[in-house]
Structures are given as C-alpha cells and as structure tokens.
Design a protein around this ligand. Sequence first.
Ligand SMILES: [Ca+2]
Ligand SMILES: [Ca+2]
Ligand SMILES: [Ca+2]
Length: 233
Amino acid sequence: MSVHRELCLVLMMVMGMVMADDDNRMLRLSLMEHEGLTERLDETLESSIQSLQGIVEALREWHQVEDVNECVEGSHNCHPYATCSDTRHGFLCKCKTGYEGDGRTSCTKKCPRGAFAVDRKCFLLSDSDDQRSIDDAANACKRLGGFLAEPEDPAQLFAEISDELNDDPALLGWTDREMEDEWVGLSGRPFQHSHLWGYGEPNDAGGEHCIEVKESRLNDIDCVQEIRYLCEF
Ligand SMILES: [Ca+2]
Ligand SMILES: [Ca+2]
Ligand SMILES: [Ca+2]
C-alpha cells in the first residue's frame, strides 16, 4: 500500500467519525424533543382522566340522590293556571290549554282577536255601531264562542275598559226578568255585585230587568233596549 493511499484511508476514517458524531447529536436532540412531547402528552392525559373521574363521580352522586315528586308534595312553583309534571330531580310547568306563558311566573289567557285579558278572562266589547238587546247580544257572543259578560270582578273590568267604553253604556249578562229584584246571570250564576249599583239604582223604572254598565256603575234598563254589549270568553 502506498503512503498516498494510506493517507486517503486515514482521512476517510476521520471524516466518517465526524459525520457519525453529527448523526449522534441529531439523534440525541430528536430523542430529547420526543421525551418532552411525551411528558406533555402524559400530563394532558392525566388531567383529562381526572376531569372524567370528576364527571363520573358527579353522575354517581346525581343518581344516588332520591328524587321527590314536587307536584304531589306541593313544593313546585308552577303557576296556578299551569300543570305540573314530575321529572327526575325536578319538575316541569306548562300553562293549561287556553293560556300562554312560561308556566311559572305567568300564564295569561289567550284571547280572541280584538279582545283583552282581565283577571285571566277575555272580554270583547262590540263595535259602537253593533248594538243589541239581551237575547240578541247573548247569541252574538255565543257565535263568537263566548257568552254575554258576567265578570267576577266588574270594578276591575270597568277600570280596564273605561277608555274603550268612552262613557258609552254596555250591556252585561245579568237579569231579573224571571223574578223582580232577583238578579242572576244568563248562565244561572248568582249576581254578587250590589255594591256597584249607581245612585238610586236599580229603580225598575217602567219595568227594567237588564243591566248596563255606565261610567263604571251598574244601572237596570229595559231589556228591549239595544246598546253595545260585552262578551266574555
Ligand atoms: Ca321530581
Ligand atoms: Ca227589574
Ligand atoms: Ca234604572
């Protein structure tokens, strides 16, 4: 082997060692990076497992708590015009048919078009040119799905509709035509609003057996008289 060839071999060996050393450094760096990533993955995994364990524990506790029927024991807070349905760990409130609202704080009567709700009832005042006597008015209300008004709280109703009435009288559904001074509703329900008669009324002047509201007071009138009327739903 010539000296020249030996020298070449030595150089190649040295270069090989240098290159191998570079490869090792790269490998070490890559391993360090990999270890860091693995550590971070482990931490993430551990924290996820802890979260899941927390959820499982909460679900277990939730299932262990004994449910109560709030609707039966009366601890629900459904609106008086709503129905209560028991559910696991709670209850549901739904407004009754004909009412709308959230079932807890409100359930208001769904009124026909043009009518207004007062004290959970709907009332519709006839147009000013739609004037009828008692039986005709009662039939008109019936055709609309209601009846000639016999409000439970007339004072509140009259206050609410005073603007619409604009001091016009309106016919209501009470009469004493069967027996003088024995006032009853066309529905048969008793009349309980004697405190609302106007001054000197009822006076049965010439035979007055029907009732109108005028300026928030009651007055007996002749039943053939045709005036605006109030329907109730
Ligand atoms: Ca329940
Ligand atoms: Ca009378
Ligand atoms: Ca009168």
